[in-house]
Design a protein around this ligand. Structure first.
Ligand code: NAP
Ligand code: F7E
Length: 345
């Protein structure tokens, strides 16, 4: 019998790569998409339209993680072997502006799924993966951050994910559900949302290269992130649910880069020569002809910043045998290639 997986957040960056991975592994993949006023299936249309994937093995359902009835009904109908909860309001800065919605989706969303597993008596059948985040570490800058590092979230997003992390552990301990947390550090790809910093930088610099845009406006240049490729990270999600017992794992590359250096690397790859001048909000990158290529804009600064993230994924590497295949250079060249194709088409 084929295994059945249910992915909440199938239309997102990770949902789309995870669906591809599970279909390759011969799962029947059910995905939950939410109603939106414009089409939100751009990242998975190629799967749906692929003639090699029989319609019966990739099925989409309407639902919403803030709607208990739809969550419970879908889990009752599908009775999945594995549930991946990737659905979230995933933008840290937006969470300061929509804190209540972020809590409802990102914190209580996890609870709704866990309760639905229990309500439908699926504790022994259904494994649960919760999409945790390095944002849990927040203001704890003691690096590298690992499973035993104290959490100190620094945004409504981080605080909501902290609840989801602990409710996952609580349902594991109280009801013996196979429920695991992945604590994933930043991961990017050509399918990354356009308002996250890596994609924003790649898209802007590609457009500047092609003279379709003049300047990239950016926030804090000195935040440090441990950036990996989403393709590697969805493999870790699957491995976490294949482990013999439920547990929590940090997933990260173990390499750290500043936002400023990410801009330098993308510029170099695109052969845009830039020089940095000024300090603070007046810091700018200027090209050989004196054009301002990058300029700081206060509106992209957050009420509270997470400055220093660097993960130690030794546990996952040792126990799950996971390791990333993509380095930062390959990630950047993938993102640039895909953006250039997108612009030219
Ligand atoms: P993403 O691209 O923003 O995707 C989020 C997904 O959640 C989308 O499919 C979105 O649907 C869906 N969603 C949002 N609100 C929903 C709701 N109320 N009901 C149902 N679905 C809803 O995020 P991602 O980068 O793939 O990340 C996947 C998960 O991992 C998220 O939980 C995120 O918080 C977490 N995470 C991400 C990273 C990272 O660096 N990427 C690191 C650690 C943890 P629409 O397409 O309709 O918006
Ligand atoms: O910001 C700085 C910003 O929005 C990265 C989500 O997937 O990863 C992601 O959260 C850094 C921050 O990602 C701009 O202040 C500067 O320090 O790309 P980001 P994030 O906040 O790290 C974690 C692990 C998740 O779980 C989240 O779901 O870049 N930054 N200038 C900027 N950030 C943005 N977005 N836009 C700027 O213009």
């Amino acid at each position: 019998m084929k295994k059945k997986a249910l992915i909440f957040g199938i239309t997102g960056q990770d949902g789309s790569y995870l669906a591809e991975l599970l279909l390759k592994k011969k799962y029947i993949v059910h995905g939950v998409k939410r109603r939106s006023s414009s089409i939100n299936t751009g990242r998975i249309d190629h799967i749906y339209q692929d003639p090699h994937i029989k319609k019966r093995t990739f099925l989409l359902h309407y639902g919403d993680i803030t709607d208990s009835l739809s969550v419970t009904r879908l889990i009752k109908q599908i009775k999945p072997n594995e549930i991946y909860n990737l659905a979230a309001q995933s933008h840290v800065q937006v969470s300061f502006e929509s804190p209540e919605y972020t809590a409802n989706a990102d914190a209580i969303g996890a609870l709704r799924i866990l309760e639905a597993i229990r309500f439908n008596n699926l504790e022994k059948k259904t494994k649960f993966y919760q999409a945790g985040t390095s944002e849990l570490y927040g203001l704890n800058e003691k690096i590298p951050q690992r499973e035993s590092t104290n959490f100190h979230p620094a945004s409504p997003y981080g605080v909501a994910k902290l609840y989801a992390h602990w409710i996952t552990i609580n349902y594991r301990e109280a009801y013996k559900i196979f429920a695991s947390n992945g604590i994933l550090f930043n991961h990017e790809s050509p399918r990354r949302g356009e308002t996250f910093v890596t994609q924003k930088i790649v898209q802007a610099l590609c457009r500047i290269k092609l003279r379709k845009q003049k300047t990239l406006y950016i926030g804090n240049l000195y935040a440090k992130r441990d950036w990996g490729h989403a393709k590697d990270f969805v493999k870790a999600m699957w491995l976490i649910l294949q482990h013999k017992k439920p547990d929590d794992f940090v997933i990260s590359t173990g390499r750290q880069t500043t936002v400023k250096n990410f801009i330098n690397l993308v510029s170099k790859e695109l052969k845009i020569t830039i020089k940095w001048k000024g300090k603070g909000l007046k810091e700018k990158a200027i090209d050989e002809n004196g054009n301002i290529i990058v300029s700081c804009d206060k509106s992209y600064y957050r009420p509270l910043e997470v400055n220093n993230l660097l993960g130690d994924s030794k546990k996952a590497r040792k126990i799950l045998g996971w390791k990333p295949e993509f380095g930062l250079k390959k990630l950047i060249s993938d993102m640039i290639k895909s953006e250039m194709q997108r612009i030219s088409s």
